[in-house]
Design a protein. Structure first.
Length: 161
């Protein structure tokens, strides 16, 4: 007996038939650098492609980010894997983890190698456009003595194509 193969469901992070994604994120931090007079601002851009992790809709992404203000500015670039856990009527929620290299050490982290963890809630406005709210933590996973880390909350705009 021949059993037809069912088409895989669309990846909720990308919409129907989209295989690429570009995202821009902007957020604020709750950590001030030593001597800083304001909390840092987080800005990031990513390019992603859909994949699966344990049959869950996932995106594999390359990203670059800049953290400005708070006394010390720094930049990072790396890769992350982000997985949608729940989706309902265009809304979705998920988690992610990434590895990055920073351009310098700071008063909060004395390592250029960092990890990032992310929790997000999104909404697919159309098949091609989504918005996300996120919480992100960046630290070095106690690979070095100084590991105070950074926390950011913000919004993201994503275009799928």
């Amino acid at each position: 007996m021949i059993i037809p193969v069912r088409a895989a469901e669309a990846n909720v992070l990308f919409g129907e038939d989209n295989r690429n994604q570009f995202g821009l994120y902007l957020g604020g931090g709750n950590n001030k650098e030593i001597g800083g007079n304001r909390a840092p601002v987080f800005m990031a851009a990513h390019y992603a492609q859909p994949t699966e992790l344990f049959r869950l809709p996932t995106r594999l992404l390359l990203e670059t980010a800049g953290i400005l203000g708070g006394g010390e500015d720094w930049f990072m670039a790396g890769a992350a894997l982000e997985t949608a856990l729940i989706s309902w009527r265009g809304f979705y929620t998920g988690v992610g983890i990434g590895v990055h290299m920073r351009d310098k050490v700071t008063s909060r982290l004395d390592s250029k190698f960092t990890f990032s963890q992310k929790v997000f809630v999104g909404y697919s406005i159309t098949n091609s456009v989504s918005m996300e709210m996120f919480f992100r933590h960046i630290s070095n996973g106690t690979l070095s003595e100084r590991n105070e880390g950074y926390n950011f909350f913000g919004l993201g705009a994503l275009v799928n194509f």
